[in-house]
Design a protein around this ligand. Structure first.
Ligand code: FEO
Length: 395
């Protein structure tokens, strides 16, 4: 496995082939926690790995250098998938100074007993000379936590971008041109949608800052390293930070005895006949991770639920709660669903989506018991409404 990014700059992280859950994010293709070793007159370790894999990290580093020779451990991000092994690294590298932002120091001090740690607090524009190479720091608040930062090596035109541009993707290969580009772009989209969609404005600012740098290689903290397709990952990020939509309609639903499902199918039919791409996503089978990913570039939604105990079905509640937190912008929606008696799922969904800052396209579309021909015709008409919005928004 080639782990060399540049002469004396190496990947020393861990490939987590088996992980399938990352705090509720379904990591279907596993993950990596990337650490990098920069050897010069002084030596720096950039980020660590998740706690259970500290020994792997230290073995990878030890294969390249004496741990006593580590002068700096750069903590770009305090989240435990990158800083979980930091206490071990700090103990096993007795001459290392921990370099991070002030906020990162606070967070690391909350998670760990840091007595005895040597610190160097940095801010945007600060740099550390390693000899022939320099580490320059750029604060990137909310990408992905408030304390986060990038580390840039100007002499190598190399950006260590932490979570940004990452993908949950386990691979024996380390570089974007060694794997299927469509797969890593798909995983980068899934990562963006599920981890940082709500921070679009902050990431747009980071893209602006990064555009001023001369970059030949982007080394994120997850997944493969970008060296041949930097223009492509930057281009899609520019679309994602504004949730730019394609002419796509999503009908997301849960159904008890198939009435709401039949309504959803008719909505998809109407949207599709009107010229939009339309997808029917069954909340209980599709999973939150995929629904969020599909939502990133969708233009218009119908959210449906049958009635359970005078409320929406539990997986619709989970789906809507998850999507509301991710704050997709510029979207439109309406609610639909079936009931047997009294107030039901459609009203509950309608009340919820009014809190999601989506344009509400119509009153809830409801039916009693099974949808008849009249209700299904109304569903097809509502599907056309979604398609008109999708085609209009996406030009
Ligand atoms: Fe990969 Fe925000 O941690």
């Amino acid at each position: 496995m080639n782990t060399t990014l540049k002469p004396n700059i190496d990947w020393v992280g861990y490939v987590d082939w088996n992980v399938r859950d990352f705090h509720s994010y379904e990591t279907a293709r596993g993950a990596t926690y990337n650490s990098y070793l920069v050897r010069d007159q002084k030596t720096a370790l950039i980020d660590t790995v998740k706690k259970p894999y500290a020994k792997y990290l230290m073995d990878n580093v030890s294969a390249l250098t004496d741990l006593k020779k580590i002068d700096y451990i750069i903590a770009n991000h305090a989240e435990p998938d990158h800083a979980g092994s930091l206490p071990f690294a700090a103990a096993w590298c007795p001459n290392a100074t921990i370099v991070c932002t002030e906020k990162c120091k606070d967070i690391l001090s909350s998670y760990n007993d840091t007595s005895g740690w040597k610190w160097q607090v940095v801010k945007t524009g600060d740099s550390i000379s390693l000899g022939a190479r320099t580490l320059t720091f750029i604060e990137t608040p909310m990408v992905h936590w408030p304390e986060s930062m990038f580390t840039y090596v100007p002499e190598e035109k190399l950006l260590f971008s932490m979570d940004a541009f990452g993908q949950h993707f386990a691979s024996a290969q380390r570089f974007d041109d060694e794997v299927d580009l469509s797969v890593i772009l798909e995983e980068a989209k899934t990562y963006y949608a599920n981890i940082v969609m709500l921070y679009g404005k902050q990431i747009a600012r980071v893209l602006e800052a990064a555009s001023k740098l001369d970059i030949e290689m982007i080394a994120p903290a997850h997944g493969v390293i970008w060296r041949s397709n930097i223009d492509k990952i930057i281009a899609v990020y520019r679309k994602w930070v504004v949730c730019q939509a394609v002419p796509k309609v999503l009908v997301v639903y849960d159904s008890m005895w198939e009435s709401t499902k039949r309504m959803g199918e008719a909505i998809v039919e109407g949207a599709s006949q009107a010229g939009a791409e339309a997808k029917l996503l069954y909340a209980r089978a599709t999973g939150l991770t995929q629904i969020a990913t599909e939502s990133l570039d969708a233009a218009a939604f119908a959210f449906g639920s049958s009635t359970l105990n005078q409320d929406m079905m539990p997986m619709m509640a989970a789906t809507l709660t998850y999507l509301r937190g991710l704050k997709p912008t510029g979207k439109a929606a309406f609610a639909f669903g079936s009931t047997g008696w009294g107030k039901g799922g459609a009203e509950a969904v309608d009340e919820f989506i009014k809190t999601m800052k989506m344009d509400i396209l119509r009153e809830p579309l409801k039916c009693k018991w099974l949808p008849d021909g009249k209700v299904l015709a109304e569903c097809r008409e509502a599907g056309k409404l979604l398609a008109e919005r999708a085609l209009k928004v996406t030009g």
